[in-house]
Design a protein around this ligand. Structure first.
Ligand SMILES: Cc1cc2nc3c(=O)[nH]c(=O)nc-3n(C[C@H](O)[C@H](O)[C@H](O)COP(=O)(O)OP(=O)(O)OC[C@H]3O[C@@H](n4cnc5c(N)ncnc54)[C@H](O)[C@@H]3O)c2cc1C
Ligand SMILES: *[C@@H]1O[C@H](CO)[C@@H](O)[C@H](O)[C@H]1NC(C)=O
Ligand SMILES: *[C@@H]1O[C@H](CO)[C@@H](O)[C@H](O)[C@H]1NC(C)=O
Ligand SMILES: *[C@@H]1O[C@H](CO)[C@@H](O)[C@H](O)[C@H]1NC(C)=O
Ligand SMILES: *[C@@H]1O[C@H](CO)[C@@H](O)[C@H](O)[C@H]1NC(C)=O
Ligand SMILES: *[C@@H]1O[C@H](CO)[C@@H](O)[C@H](O)[C@H]1NC(C)=O
Ligand SMILES: *[C@@H]1O[C@H](CO)[C@@H](O)[C@H](O)[C@H]1NC(C)=O
Ligand SMILES: *[C@@H]1O[C@H](CO)[C@@H](O)[C@H](O)[C@H]1NC(C)=O
Ligand SMILES: *[C@@H]1O[C@H](CO)[C@@H](O)[C@H](O)[C@H]1NC(C)=O
Ligand SMILES: *[C@@H]1O[C@H](CO)[C@@H](O)[C@H](O)[C@H]1NC(C)=O
Ligand SMILES: *[C@@H]1O[C@H](CO)[C@@H](O)[C@H](O)[C@H]1NC(C)=O
Ligand SMILES: *[C@@H]1O[C@H](CO)[C@@H](O)[C@H](O)[C@H]1NC(C)=O
Length: 515
């Protein structure tokens, strides 16, 4: 126990921009309107693709990103600020009224900046179980998605570094409690090994210099962004992909991308000779497809959109992982709470961070993560939405302080819980024919009986955990009501080539279109 050090993964390390020659903010400055590949969305996935495709000097690539630059945005750079909501870099989406949340609508955070959600997220590096990937392989009938087949790519994506700084206030107690309790509370040296169950040290996408590593800081680092064959256009909000004439084929090809820099200004366009790649995220990608007439024909025509390709799964099966946090009042003064309510202290630790790359701001404030399965009586009763017996239903994460907005006084220990294998399924649909209007986002949180029971069980796990003797005299009492459910959605859109549902095939090509 406790022999492992806290480690973090970074993809690459660049903090100072050297050259931004290929990042444009104005369409008129763009050197070309025709590229081999046009990537829609310079987010987590988009920038990886931009990087890999431009390894081949024969390929010209344009990335269209709706948001602005990540450079010089200290809120994005400082790991500790990850938990603060930064509307300037967000899409400002809210969900539809959620029956499972007492008819409330909640924010659905999504990054609106180069790097996408990887520029604003919590930087938890969590991979999913081997079962999860093997289920992708079996659902899509493509073994390339299996855990074993993906290992070379996982290895290519990772670069391990020790953490910039270590904080030790609650760390020893967190693992002492695990030892004391036993059973489902056991140490797991590496929860990214394919077998996540147990309690482990959090792995984060933070550099050894204590900076956020996003797809923008890594895959668009100076040595890559300076490639002659890579251009990025910021403030480019894509509305639709446009079809070429059907010609001899019975299917449409989509090679033109329509966008605007000023939502009330002219529509602009660029074209791709090889492929248009949609990587606008779990909300943006289905939104663009639906705007383009690719979706459920009946639903599109009821909104007033002419359907070009009847693909009923677009925007369906939206799967999100609801999460909540519980705070506990503690008998301590060495938590992180004061940093967010004492400007003098914040200035001190920021100066330390800026000058030395050390101090409390180099981490997110919690150093452990844990994964559990719910009691078998629940899976017996409702069925098991998880991909296999090594696959968790519940994720727990620790915080040495109340994050986001700590109450005016007091010191806290925080335990967050997320449902990582939820059964509820929601949707993204159009609300109007204006492609720049937000879509209707319905994650259908806690609408399945399994999810409701599993969330209750997650809270039981939290209370069992804090009952460990080591917390006596430290954790004094639960504090306040549970915070609002927050979430980060995913979508299962992939199906086998011959399946009668799904949006993309195992090669991630949209079904029903000409290649
Ligand atoms: C606040 C928050 C915390 C999170 N914490 C974690 C965490 O700790 N660990 C973890 O593993 N996951 C976390 N996630 C989830 C994770 O970050 C996302 O699953 C992942 O980044 C999604 O990648 P993506 O490429 O699909 O989309 P994104 O990274 O969101 O990229 C989509 C990009 O497309 C752009 N775009 C969208 N629409 C358009 C359009 N019409 N025109 C042009 N551009 C467009 C967006 O601006 C964005 O840059 C978190 C997410 C959020 C929001
Ligand atoms: C883009 O450049 C053109 C020509 O220089 C200018 O007229 C226009 O205002 C610029 N647009 C923006 C959004 O800055
Ligand atoms: C979200 O709101 C903030 C202001 O609160 C704004 O700066 C930002 O541009 C908005 N995002 C979008 C996508 O409009
Ligand atoms: C939620 O709204 C529905 C439909 O309007 C209503 O029937 C239901 O009673 C509401 N539930 C709560 C908890 O308010
Ligand atoms: C953390 O560890 C260091 C070095 O062992 C020690 O000096 C410091 O007092 C510890 N801090 C806390 C809050 O336990
Ligand atoms: C949702 O996914 C399931 C498989 O998990 C599939 O059977 C169903 O057809 C999908 N629904 C839609 C509308 O695509
Ligand atoms: C705020 O932090 C400073 C610097 O650490 C400290 O001197 C001061 O006492 C703190 N103020 C309060 C109200 O705790
Ligand atoms: C951070 O450090 C840089 C130089 O190292 C300096 O220019 C900048 O002003 C500092 N920022 C703050 C907010 O102190
Ligand atoms: C499942 O089992 C647990 C513990 O054994 C018990 O507390 C819980 O009430 C049971 N739940 C149901 C739905 O039977
Ligand atoms: C959907 O459109 C209606 C009518 O225009 C509007 O009142 C509502 O706010 C829109 N919903 C969203 C989520 O934008
Ligand atoms: C707080 O901790 C101190 C020792 O660290 C202990 O003496 C005291 O009893 C604790 N207070 C409570 C309310 O448990
Ligand atoms: C929680 O949700 C309620 C109801 O939607 C809202 O009034 C409140 O501001 C939310 N609190 C936070 C911290 O987001």
């Amino acid at each position: 126990m406790l022999k492992s050090v806290l480690v973090s993964t970074v993809w690459n390390l660049w903090t100072i921009p050297i050259c931004l020659a290929a990042v444009y903010s104005n369409f008129t400055d763009l050197p070309s309107k025709h590229y081999d590949f046009v990537i829609v969305g310079g987010g987590t996935a988009g920038n990886v693709l931009a990087n890999r495709l431009t390894e081949n000097p024969e390929h010209s690539v344009l990335v269209l990103e709706a948001g602005g630059t990540n450079i010089d945005a200290f809120q994005l750079d400082v790991p500790f600020f990850a938990g603060l909501i930064k509307f300037q870099y967000d899409w400002n989406f809210t969900t539809t009224v959620q029956a499972g949340l007492n008819n409330h609508s909640i924010f659905m955070l999504r990054g609106f900046v180069l790097g996408g959600s990887s520029s604003v997220n919590g930087m938890f590096y969590t991979r999913g179980s081997a079962d999860d990937y093997n289920r992708f392989a079996s659902v899509t009938k493509d073994d390339g998605w299996s855990w074993d087949a993906l290992q070379p790519y996982i290895a290519k994506n990772e670069k391990w570094e020790p953490p910039a700084d270590r904080h030790n206030t609650t760390d020893p107690m967190v693992f002492e409690a695990v030892d004391e309790l036993g059973g489902i509370f056991h140490f797991n040296e590496d929860y990214n090994s394919g077998k996540p169950l147990g309690f482990g040290w959090l792995q984060s996408t933070i550099t050894s210099e204590g900076r956020r590593s996003s797809s923008a800081t890594s895959y668009l680092a100076p040595e890559f962004i300076s490639r002659d064959n890579l251009d990025v256009l910021l403030h480019a909000r894509v509305s639709r992909v446009l079809p070429s004439p059907k010609s001899s084929s019975s299917k449409y090809a989509f090679r033109t991308v329509e966008f605007a820099q000023d939502l009330h200004g002219p529509l602009l366009s660029v074209s791709a000779s090889k492929e248009v790649i949609l990587s606008a995220g779990v909300i943006g990608s289905p939104h663009i497809l639906l705007n383009s007439g690719i979706g459920d024909t009946r639903e599109l025509s009821s909104v007033g959109i002419k359907s070009l390709v009847d693909l009923p799964s677009v925007g369906k099966n939206l799967t999100d992982q609801p999460a909540t946090v519980q705070e506990f009042l503690v008998n301590s003064t060495t938590t992180n709470d004061d940093i967010l309510r004492n400007a003098t202290l914040l200035n001190e630790v920021y100066t330390e961070f800026n000058e030395t790359g050390m101090g409390p701001l180099v981490a997110t404030g919690g150093s452990q993560i844990a994964f559990f399965r719910v009691n078998q009586n629940l899976t017996d009763m409702f069925g098991d939405p998880a991909a296999g017996k090594d696959t968790p239903h519940v994720e727990l994460f620790t915080g040495n302080g109340a994050f986001g907005a700590p109450p005016p006084t007091g010191h806290f220990f925080q335990l967050g819980a997320a449902l990582v294998s939820p059964a509820s399924r929601g949707s993204v649909t159009l609300n109007s024919t204006n492609p720049f209007d937000p879509p209707l986002i319905d994650p259908a949180y806690l609408t399945s009986p399994f999810d409701i029971a599993a969330m209750r069980e997650a809270l039981r796990i939290i209370y069992r955990y804090i009952s460990a003797p080591v917390w006596d005299g430290y954790i004094l009492s639960p504090f306040g009501a549970l915070e609002n459910i927050t979430a980060s959605p995913r979508r299962t859109a992939m199906s086998a080539k011959d399946a009668d549902y799904g949006v993309v095939d195992p090669d991630l090509r949209v079904k029903g279109l000409r290649d």
